[in-house]
Design a protein around this ligand. Structure first.
Ligand SMILES: [Zn+2]
Length: 242
């Protein structure tokens, strides 16, 4: 069973072809979006598959260009249980837009909280502590995608009950492997972040979530089929958690 908890299905050159292949292979996909405007169109990719779910998002890297779409976000919120990609980005290129990122993220979290919570796929590049500050007291289930913070931030996130989706690109680094080794086994899920994330300069596809299994198995000292089972059970318990 392949699970891709964070994939930008709508950004592949032929999204319908990728969606059809996911359906054929029986892959579970959380299809995240970067703007509320993309939600309707991206939802169409999931129409023929029970296993593809579309998340409503507003990516922190474009928050400064799309801040006005928070109204559309609020209007669409009742139609979905899944939110993403949302979050904050503290890297050099986006730091100048920090205030607007924060304003958008706060607005979104407030709306989610008012609606009783959602599953949230969250970006926290160079901003983990700030993301966790904002998540305090918000209803819902946060899934930190491609977590790259410090060990201390990781511990805080674990204590707050966050889930983690980890992919081949994260596991390709020593730091990523070391972080994954400290996440409780029952809160780990797989992802790709395709087509943004690449391995050997090739964009990842949802079925490449399977590539993570080998490395996760090395960390857990389990056989691959055992790791696959742990992750599928995690996925089932996540879906029962709210
Ligand atoms: Zn992403």
């Amino acid at each position: 069973m392949i699970i891709d908890m964070h994939c930008h299905l709508d950004l592949y050159s032929d999204p319908y072809k990728v969606a059809a292949e996911c359906k054929e292979r029986g892959i579970y996909v959380l299809s995240v979006t970067t703007t509320p405007k993309a939600w309707n169109g991206t939802s169409k990719l999931a129409e023929d598959s029970q296993r593809i779910r579309t998340a409503l998002g507003l990516h922190p890297q474009i928050a400064h260009q799309r801040a006005h779409e928070v109204e559309l976000f609020d209007a669409l919120l009742p139609s979905t249980k899944y939110i993403g990609e949302i979050g904050l980005d503290g890297s050099k290129e986006y730091k100048e837009h920090w205030n607007i990122q924060l304003k958008v993220f706060r607005h979104i979290l407030k709306s989610i909280d008012r609606e009783g919570g959602r599953y949230m796929s969250i970006h926290s590049r160079l901003s983990a502590n700030a993301v966790l500050d904002e998540l305090e007291g918000i209803a819902g289930t946060p899934i930190l995608h491609w977590f790259s913070g410090t060990k201390k931030e990781l511990k805080r996130a674990i204590d707050m009950g966050c889930w983690f989706s980890v992919g081949p690109a994260m596991l390709a680094t020593k730091k990523g492997m070391s972080l994954v080794s400290e996440i409780p086994m029952d809160h780990v899920l797989t992802e790709t972040d395709g087509p943004f994330a690449k391995i050997s300069r090739k964009p990842l596809f949802p079925w490449d979530a399977e590539l993570s299994i080998k490395q996760i198995s090395d960390i857990w000292k389990l056989r691959e089929e055992e790791s696959r089972e742990v992750i599928f059970n995690n996925f089932k318990s996540l879906l029962c958690s709210s």
